[in-house]
Write a protein that binds this ligand. Structure first.
Ligand code: HEC
Length: 114
């Protein structure tokens, strides 16, 4: 009887291709994340921008955020002031919305955070 051929699963071509396929899939996934994440962030900024345009421009324009004697001088105070105006308008936003709006105003006008 001839000796049984020794068969190692790792020497099978499909077994050797598998890690490469996994690597390619991982790269594609990473690429997809890199491409999609910024659009999510931009979309959120655009949503807040709309919320802002709709609710926050009837009493004062953006000039109150950039004037030299503006009242708000820290990120905490900015969040408190957003909350004050939001409460005055009875908008019933969630805390997340308040924070997002404070961040929006910070990014576009106050520029406390680098
Ligand atoms: C009902 C009128 C009204 C609306 C609408 C309004 N605010 Fe105000 N807001 C005020 C008044 C009054 C002040 C104080 C202005 C001043 O001190 O001259 C103020 C001031 C602010 C300041 C501080 C400006 C500074 O001096 O640094 C921020 C920030 C602010 N508002 C955010 C918002 C946001 C966000 C919205 C939308 C949710 C909003 N406001 C909507 C009345 C309003």
């Amino acid at each position: 009887m001839p000796p049984r051929p020794s068969f190692s699963p790792l020497s099978h071509p499909s077994a050797r291709r598998l890690p490469r396929l996994a690597l390619i899939l991982t790269c594609l996934l990473a690429l997809a994340l890199v491409l999609v994440l910024p659009t999510l962030v931009v979309a959120e900024d655009a949503d807040i921008g709309e919320l802002y345009q709709f609710n926050c421009t009837s009493c004062h324009g953006a000039e109150v955020y950039t004037r030299t004697d503006r009242k708000v001088t820290s990120p905490d105070a900015l969040e408190r002031q957003v909350r004050r105006c939001e409460t005055a308008l009875s908008l019933k936003w969630f805390d997340d919305d308040i924070v997002a709006m404070a961040n929006y105003l910070d990014t576009h006008y106050y520029k406390f955070k680098p």
